[in-house]
Ligand binder design. Structure first.
Ligand SMILES: CC(C)(COP(=O)(O)OP(=O)(O)OC[C@H]1O[C@@H](n2cnc3c(N)ncnc32)[C@H](O)[C@@H]1OP(=O)(O)O)[C@@H](O)C(=O)NCCC(=O)NCCS
Length: 172
């Protein structure tokens, strides 16, 4: 499994995912986005906001991980297609994302917010070494209601060293 930056050619698949309620699941906002709308968002991406496709070794695309700023704080988000859940892929993808972010950016923390009932997401974050910070009250509008989120973060000193990526490029 690996991560690769989203290319324009991935946008039809991302549009299909964005418009499939089972993809986001019960804890994510419903999004109905056209390919044109996604293309507009894609064209505005900056180094502070990037989208990555999670790709299996056989080449199939099974989900995405993104990072984006909320004020000065770098936040990540992730989703896998339902058939590929509970196989450890998201944990591996988030480990790679955290390695990449701490290796490539002068940042001290990475954060993620999840629904308090989204135990799978919390498990992923805990397995990667994120710590629970607390409840962010009424932070997200999902299915007609403002709902609380649980904020997690990992600090550079807690990460300590890369778990999957290496610090130096290999010379083969
Ligand atoms: C959250 C999500 C990304 C996790 O991806 P994944 O590839 O299934 O995650 P992993 O397999 O790496 O780890 C999931 C862990 O949660 C556990 N888990 C799954 N469902 C659970 C539940 N209902 N209760 C408790 N634990 C649960 C799994 O057993 C696994 O832990 P383990 O390795 O100790 O057995 C995936 O479920 C998803 O895409 N959900 C819909 C979108 C979403 O909620 N995104 C997160 C937004 S913050």
């Amino acid at each position: 499994m690996n991560l690769r930056v989203v290319e324009k050619e991935d946008l039809p698949l991302l549009t299909e995912w964005a418009n499939t309620p089972e993809f986001g699941g019960e804890y994510e906002p419903l999004s109905q986005e056209s390919k044109t709308e996604l293309e507009k968002q894609y064209d505005k991406l900056t180094p502070k906001e990037k989208w990555f496709i999670i790709k299996k070794k056989d080449g199939s695309k099974i989900g995405f991980v993104t990072h984006f700023p909320i004020g000065n704080l770098l936040t990540i988000d992730y989703t896998l297609i339902p058939d590929e859940r509970n196989k450890g892929y998201c944990t591996e993808a988030v480990k790679i994302m955290v390695d990449y972010l701490f290796l490539s950016k002068d940042i001290v923390r990475i954060q993620a917010e999840t629904n308090p009932r989204n135990l799978a997401s919390q498990k992923v974050l805990e397995k990667v070494g994120f710590k629970k910070e607390g409840l962010v009250r009424k932070s997200i509008f999902i299915r007609g209601k403002w709902r609380d989120g649980l904020l997690y973060s990992i600090l550079r000193e807690e990460w300590k060293e890369p778990k999957i990526l290496t610090k130096t490029a290999s010379h083969s």
